[in-house]
Write a protein that binds this ligand. Structure first.
Ligand code: ATP
Ligand code: MG
Length: 371
């Protein structure tokens, strides 16, 4: 073993915590306007009024979730009368799961068995808020995941019309949409009551990315550990993708690579090596929470390439034993989430054939499925 090999307790990280995914940055740089708009929406709650509903939009890794978490931290510091709750709709992806999450927050216990209807559960929630004289702000983060089968509409409708159910109920919503190009539309009966303050999170420009990365490097590493060249390469990569989450993951993985080769500095080669894994971060993030059957379908299509629905179904049925109805439900959900592209071809004299393919390179999907 070389004498230069890092000792086990030696490390390049001064504070590894600041590179973890759940770290909420002390300063959300270059998001002053968005933070101000959020304050404007939430402030009424501190005075016992209903908050202004808002809609946060923007591409992945542009600080939407972080902004909400920062505002919520402030609210919790200042008031006991406002209940704030961020719900990750990727995990709680049905109306019942969302209502259960709110119920747990307000009652500190599990909701009554899942036999209870969503509406009943929601009534109990609103009743509780009134009894305790609390205002509630619910953030439906990544609400895209609620759109299939009308869950988003029902959740939104219930929250927005809570005051009609029980006079005086004060509950507001922050809906967060990670826009990937697709326009999500609420049912007209929701849109007629949801007139949100829209807060846009645009992609960061090169200079903003440089600032944010530099600030995170200062917090995470001992001085001069992360070489200037390596840092510049991280900024270039982030600038080409537009997603800061990938940048922060790159910082962590490159430093681990440097440690592995017992170097006391992080160099370009460490970043290059890290990029292959970091670049798949977002794809992993969207694929991981899918159900086992949904993942099996992705794997099958990755193996077959773009194919006819009937052919894909045959394999899917063989692997899972599931029938046609379930197959189509899954296809529709995955197409809705834009993981699949399912279009009809004009091929053949007798009707059209549905062709199904992946929205991402199959080899990337297979890598992510492997974990
Ligand atoms: N302005 C900023 N200053 C410091 N760190 C930031 C900033 N914006 C984003 N980050 C960091 O980038 C990462 C991604 O941010 P965040 O999770 O808030 O993005 P998002 O817009 O919610 O993305 P998604 O749509 O994929 O959920 C986090 O680790 C966060 O700390
Ligand atoms: Mg987010």
């Amino acid at each position: 073993m070389s004498r230069d090999m890092l000792l086990w307790d030696e490390t390049l990280f001064r504070d590894p915590q600041v590179l973890e995914i759940d770290y909420v940055p002390e300063d959300l740089l270059h998001r002053e306007n968005q933070m101000q708009s959020l304050v404007y929406c939430i402030k009424p709650a501190l005075g016992g009024m209903r908050p202004v509903n808002c809609l946060l939009t923007g591409p992945p890794g542009t600080g939407k979730t972080s902004a909400v978490l920062k505002i919520f931290e402030e609210v919790e510091k200042r008031s006991d009368d406002v209940v704030v709750l961020k719900i990750n709709c990727q995990i709680d992806s049905t109306r019942f799961a969302v209502a259960s999450r709110i119920y747990r927050k307000l009652f500190n216990v599990e909701p009554p068995s899942s036999g209870v209807a969503f509406r009943k559960l929601f009534e109990k929630i609103v009743q509780r808020l009134i009894e305790k004289d609390k205002v509630m702000v619910v953030c439906l983060d990544d609400i895209n995941y609620l759109f299939h089968e009308g869950h988003a509409d029902e959740v939104m409708y219930s929250i927005l019309r809570a005051h009609e159910l029980f006079l005086g109920a004060k509950i507001g919503v922050i809906a967060v949409v990670s826009d990937t190009g697709k326009l999500y539309r609420f049912d007209p009966k929701v849109s007629s009551v949801f007139l949100p303050e829209e807060i846009e999170f645009l992609r960061y420009n090169y200079h903003e990315i440089k600032d944010i990365i530099a600030s995170r490097v200062r917090l995470a590493f001992y001085p001069d550990v992360f070489s200037k060249d390596a840092q510049e390469l991280v900024v270039d990569y982030v600038d080409s993708i537009g997603d800061l989450r990938i940048g922060i993951d790159l910082l962590k993985r490159s430093a681990l690579n440097a440690e592995k080769r017992a170097s006391r500095t992080v160099e370009i080669e460490d970043v290059e090596k890290a990029y292959e894994s970091s670049r798949l971060l977002n794809l992993k993030r969207v694929i991981m929470p899918l159900s086992a059957d949904e993942k099996k379908l992705l794997a099958i299509i990755a193996g077959m390439g773009r194919s006819k629905a009937g052919d894909i179904y045959e394999q899917f049925h063989e692997v899972t034993g599931l029938g046609y109805t379930r197959f189509y439900e899954i296809v529709n959900k995955l197409a809705e989430l834009q993981h699949l592209d399912a279009t009809f071809s004009g091929e053949g004299m007798r009707g059209r054939t549905r062709l199904i393919g992946l929205s991402y390179p199959p080899e990337d999907v297979l890598k992510c499925l492997k974990g």
